[in-house]
Design a protein around this ligand. Sequence first.
Ligand code: PRP
Ligand code: URA
Length: 213
Amino acid sequence: MRQFGSNVKVMDHPLIVHKISMLRDISTSMKEFRELVEEISMLMGFEATRDLPLKEVEIETPVATARAQVISGKKLALVPILRAGLGMVDGMLSLLPAAKVGHIGLFRDPDTLLPVEYYCKLPEDLHERDIIVLDPMLATGGSASASIQLLKNKGVKNIKLMCILAAPEGILKVQTAHPDVEILCGAVDEKTNEHGYIIPGLGDAGDRMFGTK
Ligand code: PRP
Ligand code: URA
């Protein structure tokens, strides 16, 4: 396993590994692709929420009073990067139903591969929340870095990035620009090609999810 530093976690759970292999397969249909992205996001969400703080409360069981632990009500927001990040929202919301959701719309200019912002709608109290940025693909890292910078410019302090597939150069770019951000990856692939696609990857996540090609 390649080492990317302590702020990068690469998933090794067999269910995640298996489902990512199915996601890569060219014969996986659009419907299956959507379902897999949702399922993988929920499984990865388990790891992304591992450090949520707990507090002690008193509850009545049918037979006694118990001191028990519940999540301390930490405020969270999910921020999918459009379009493909949308596919990760429902899986995460099934774990975190009270999380607010902000949206950042970016597309990569096909010539420069640089991200172009076209939409941004975020919760007003964003700066009071911990953020999980969602995007299935971390390729050159331009889109993730720009989104994280945009969130930091709004006063956000605590950000995690959750992606299903990453290329080493994308990880490096985010790590260099944002060393404070924890990166959770489902898998790390070999490289990006001259068009900025992850190799071997899964193709264009947005197109496969929404049937646009
Ligand atoms: C894809 C993907 C990421 C970005 C990753 O989006 O969902 O946002 O590319 O590439 P990068 O790390 O090199 O920036 P795309 O720009 O294709 O837009 P889409 O989701 O609308 O298809
Ligand atoms: N965006 C995608 O959807 N796929 C890639 O391989 C790279 C960026």
